[in-house]
Design a protein around this ligand. Structure first.
Ligand SMILES: *Cc1c(COP(=O)(O)O)cnc(C)c1O
Length: 343
């Protein structure tokens, strides 16, 4: 398979991103999971992005983008987010002395609004949906001169997320397959570019929820498509990829070996296993790799490649929801837990 590289993004950009974010973002641990290794019949390692200061890997891409904007003399940035990206931008902006505005729709729960505000960002409540919040962010960018920081379809963001791939290959030179939660594809594209450029035989698996998976639907159709957003335990994997997608769709299409889809009960089992067996609090989006191993959802050729790394992307789950998922002896109640997050 040939590895795409464009004027906008190459392995060198990922190395530059690493130098730029070094000291501002954690180099995260890679730990073997004995229980998952036994399940899979091949060594399974967890890449723990849960330990980042904002509770998710999004800090890598946000810091890489904002550090470049700071070098260029930019003083004001704006973004739209329902969660981890907004929090990462707020954190990076504060560290770099940049003024950040995060546009959030009226649907965003109060605890997330508070988390962004607590980091010193201006919160602008705009509209009834993520689309409307994004519209307001783009308006501020074009009319008032703010720099807009996209959540995934941006070479600076992709390069920042790609530093995870460099760390994995260095810590585990015989890694055979990397399993990556897939949404907008910034994470997947960055890790896949870093890993396959370094070692072309590494397999790259995308895992996402069965319902409302925009990248999966787009790959199936052969171009970016709109998908109705539905509630899922993997809330950080919701949302579209943009009909005008410029980078992540083409990179994902070129670099992905297989996509695995999981139902809600499976994601709940992944969250519960992480807690009981690995002693980790993970959000739904971060549990999909673990769930795929537990439910033997990974294709046989993926397991056969050899040592697996699962990217455990974030810890930002509502703790009441978490308590109910891990307190459930069977995880049969998962679908009704979903209706909770709709409220
Ligand atoms: C954003 C996010 C993802 C998916 O990243 P994309 O670049 O949108 O594919 C996965 N897990 C968590 C916890 C996230 O916040």
């Amino acid at each position: 398979m040939s590895v795409p590289s464009s004027a906008d993004l190459s392995l060198a950009d990922i190395y530059r991103a690493r130098n730029r974010i070094d000291g501002r973002v954690c180099r995260t641990p890679l730990v073997e999971s004995p229980s998952l290794s036994a399940h899979a019949g091949t060594p399974v390692y967890l890449k723990l992005e849960t330990v980042q200061p904002t509770g998710s890997f999004k800090l890598r891409g946000a810091t890489n983008a904002l550090a470049q904007l700071a070098e260029q003399g930019c003083t004001r940035v704006v973004t739209a987010s329902t969660g981890n990206h907004g929090r990462a931008v707020a954190h990076a902006a504060r560290a770099l002395g940049i003024d950040a505005t995060v546009c959030l729709s009226r649907l965003v729960p109060a605890n997330k609004v508070d988390a962004v505000r607590a980091l010193g960002a201006h919160v602008r409540i705009a509209g009834q949906s993520q689309d409307e919040a994004e519209h307001e962010a783009l308006r501020l960018a074009s009319e008032e001169g703010y720099a807009y920081v996209p959540p995934f379809d941006d070479p600076r963001v992709i390069a920042g997320q790609g530093t995870i791939g460099l760390e994995i290959v260095e810590a585990l030179p015989d890694v055979a397959n990397i399993v990556v939660p897939l949404s907008g594809g910034g994470l997947f594209a960055g890790i896949a570019l870093a890993a396959k450029t370094t070692s072309p035989t590494i397999g790259l698996t995308g895992v996402t929820m069965a319902r409302g998976a925009a990248m999966h639907a787009s790959l199936a159709v052969g171009q970016p498509v709109l998908v109705e957003e539905v509630d899922t335990l993997a809330d950080s994997l919701g949302g579209g990829i943009g009909l005008e997608n410029r980078y992540t769709y083409a990179l994902t299409r070129a670099l992905i070996d297989e996509t695995v889809l999981l139902d809600e009960a499976s994601i709940a089992r992944g969250i519960a296993h992480a807690y009981r067996q690995e002693r980790l609090v993970v959000e739904g989006a971060a549990a999909v790799g673990i769930a795929a191993v537990l439910d033997r959802a990974l294709p046989a050729e993926c397991i056969a490649r050899g040592p697996l790394v699962l990217v455990v992307t974030g810890a930002n789950i509502d703790m009441d929801l978490h308590r109910r998922i891990v307190g459930n002896e069977t995880t049969q109640a998962a679908p009704s837990l979903n209706s909770h997050i709709a409220s």
